[in-house]
Design a protein around this ligand. Structure first.
Ligand code: ZN
Length: 160
């Protein structure tokens, strides 16, 4: 269920909304190879009537599953918005969807969560990438053919 605010109620007083938004409501259509939404979004919000809409303010938190951009290891990335604030317009092009006496605040929350996502997720700031691959490459370089089939062998023999 989306995050709905009762417009009749908020016209009279501050409305407090608290709960968990299922992944299906905010992250299901987010397509990314290295970031996966798999946890609900926890919200605690106060909604106040303003002259030009509704002020929605409070905290949002969730965490996403990421793959490190350097070493490809999976890790959790927490998203904590302690001071979320947005204006929900009730008229015009940017207006929120209104069904009956309820306004849908979900898109506002979704937008800020997407903005909080890491552009280049790293398992830790100093991740050095894939050490196994690098050492395998070094090993191959050090291995010289033991049977003397190197192109230099002929040259060495000339010098003799
Ligand atoms: Zn890493």
């Amino acid at each position: 269920m989306p995050v709905y605010v009762n417009l009749r109620l908020v016209a009279e007083e501050t409305v407090h909304l608290e709960g968990e938004l299922p992944v299906a409501e905010f992250g299901a259509d987010y397509q990314d190879e290295i970031i996966h939404f798999d946890q609900p979004l926890k919200y605690s919000l106060d909604v106040d009537r303003q002259p030009d809409g509704l002020l929605v303010a409070g905290s949002l938190s969730t965490s996403v599953g990421c793959e490190c951009a350097r070493c490809l290891q999976p890790f959790r990335f927490p998203i904590e918005l302690e001071h979320f604030a947005a204006l929900a317009e009730l008229k015009g092009e940017e207006a929120i969807t209104i069904e009956g006496e309820f306004g849908d605040l979900t898109p506002l929350l979704r937008e800020d969560i997407y903005l909080g996502l890491p552009a280049n997720p790293l398992c830790r700031p100093d991740c050095r990438g894939l050490p196994e691959k690098a050492s395998a490459r070094d090993l191959r370089l050090e291995e010289s053919p033991p049977d003397g089939s190197s192109p230099w062998t002929a040259l060495d023999q000339l010098k003799l």
